[in-house]
Design a protein around this ligand. Structure first.
Ligand code: FE
Length: 315
């Protein structure tokens, strides 16, 4: 038997775990890696003939889309229901979160007092005029962040917030999350909104990236209320799977103690399970309160988020 895995996670972030799974179970894994949206398109195109058994991808927004597109099937796993908190998985078992990523604020240590920071809402305050860097509205991480604002505040308040936020941009959105950190380090802006694992990756990368990351610090927004916006990477069994049992076993394997630890640590993310300790680097950033919003809501509100961002002129 051979499990076929389509993964939007890079090979280095998943292959060693899959190898361990093969060692333990004798089930070989055929790994196909690609970009999240491209893999979903491929699954849709291949339909029932897809060789894929498991889809691993990032962002609840994408997992939601995969479910909507009909390329996943529900699995009823007591193990996964016990291990993965209810708000980090699909209610019917179409997908399960396997790691948690937090969308944090980073700030220039020499120009911003952390006491000036508080919440995502505060980023719309005119005091941040021309001081904020953030990537494009086409990025699903930002769409999911805005979806969480819609869930917390509704349409009108979110639109007003978006208008204020966009007015505070230091430059037209460009590049990825690492580029926002580099821009803060270079003085093009004073704060940026990024997934915290990119900050971690830069601290572990080449000298240039380390130097840039060294000029910023991380801040966890919304600690006084609902908590910092979080999202997941996760997995589901495909509708076309020919090895459903093995596919389920593989996802269960990824939720196991040692896998959770490795999976989270390797990408500087957080385990989905509160009982798994985080790495020393993540500990050094301090504990934070995470928004307990059901991440399925991020998918449900994605279209509304995209429209609201567009109306606000967020390129
Ligand atoms: Fe990412």
């Amino acid at each position: 038997i051979r499990d076929s895995v389509y993964s939007a996670r890079k090979e280095a972030l998943i292959k060693p775990l899959l190898d361990r799974y093969t060692e333990e179970t004798g089930v070989a894994v055929n790994l196909v890696t690609g970009k999240g949206d491209a893999l979903l398109t491929r699954l849709k195109t291949e339909g029932r003939n897809s060789p894929a058994d498991v889809l691993i991808t990032t962002d609840a927004g994408r997992l939601y889309r995969a479910h909507e597109a009909g390329v996943l099937q529900p699995i009823d796993s007591d193990a996964l229901k016990n291990l993965v908190p209810a708000h980090l998985r699909n209610e019917q078992g179409y997908w399960y979160g396997l790691s948690v990523r937090a969308r944090a604020i980073v700030y220039a240590k020499d120009r911003v007092e952390p006491s000036a920071l508080s919440s995502y809402e505060d980023l719309a305050d005119p005091k941040w005029k021309r001081r904020i860097c953030i990537r494009s509205s086409s990025n699903i991480y930002n769409q999911s962040l805005v979806a969480s604002m819609l869930a917390a505040h509704g349409d009108e308040a979110t639109q007003a917030w978006l208008n204020g936020l966009v007015a505070n941009f230091a430059r037209p959105p460009q590049g990825g999350d690492r580029d926002q950190i580099k821009a803060v380090a270079a003085g093009q802006c004073d704060i940026a909104v990024v997934n915290s694992y990119y900050f971690g990756a830069m601290l572990q990368a080449d000298e240039e990236q380390q130097a840039a990351a060294g000029k910023v610090a991380i801040f966890w927004p919304n600690q006084a209320d609902r908590g910092t916006h979080v999202n997941v990477s996760g997995a589901g069994v495909t509708a076309s799977a020919s090895h459903v049992k093995e596919a389920q076993a593989l996802i269960e394997f990824l939720a196991r103690d040692d896998s959770q630890r490795w999976y989270a640590e390797t990408n500087n993310e957080y385990p989905v399970r509160a009982d798994i300790p985080v790495s020393d680097l993540l500990k050094s950033w301090g504990e934070f309160k995470a928004d307990q919003l059901d991440v399925t809501e991020l998918g449900k509100r994605n279209a509304a988020a995209v429209m609201a961002m567009d109306r606000a002129g967020w390129k």
